[in-house]
Design a protein around this ligand. Structure first.
Ligand code: AMP
Ligand code: ZN
Length: 134
């Protein structure tokens, strides 16, 4: 069975894409810890960060920084987390390397990694539009 993120990269299944260049694609996570939670995914298929060719790392980190800035500028978050899981024991459920960028706001208590959801597809589309169009 082909990797789900490779299918998203090829456009075979839909995603709420917010950024793409030759090396990476970034799209909204469908089970967000916070609304706006985005995944930055190198186009090169590798299961773990240790399998990723070194030359793909810098473009991936540049995209992480760009996405984090977008979240702060367009959603007004006060901070953000960058997380990257490797292996089932570490919580990795999709075996294609990806970076979680999670917006965080002051006053919401201790941040958790609990999977959440959007109230409706329209709410997710509105956040997507804000990130893409400003
Ligand atoms: P990890 O647990 O680090 O492997 O993260 C995988 C993430 O991918 C989870 O947060 C899922 O909610 C997310 N995810 C799985 N399938 C999709 C999809 N089709 N579109 C967007 N996010 C997805
Ligand atoms: Zn893949």
């Amino acid at each position: 069975m082909e990797c789900i993120f490779c299918k998203i990269i090829k456009g075979e299944i839909p995603s709420s894409k917010i950024f793409e260049d030759d090396h990476v694609v970034a799209f909204l996570d469908i089970g967000p810890c916070e609304k706006g939670h985005t995944l930055v995914v190198p186009k090169c298929h590798a299961a773990r960060i240790t399998d990723l060719p070194a030359e793909e790392l810098l473009p991936a980190m540049e995209a992480v920084r760009r996405v984090a800035k977008l979240l702060c500028d367009r959603l007004g978050c006060d901070g953000f987390n960058v997380l990257q899981n490797n292996g089932e024991c570490a919580g990795q459920t999709v075996p294609h390397v990806h970076f979680h960028v999670v917006p965080r706001w002051n006053g919401r208590g201790k941040p958790t990694w609990k999977e959440g959801k959007y109230d409706s597809p329209e709410e997710m589309a509105a956040i997507h539009a804000k990130l893409v169009n400003g």
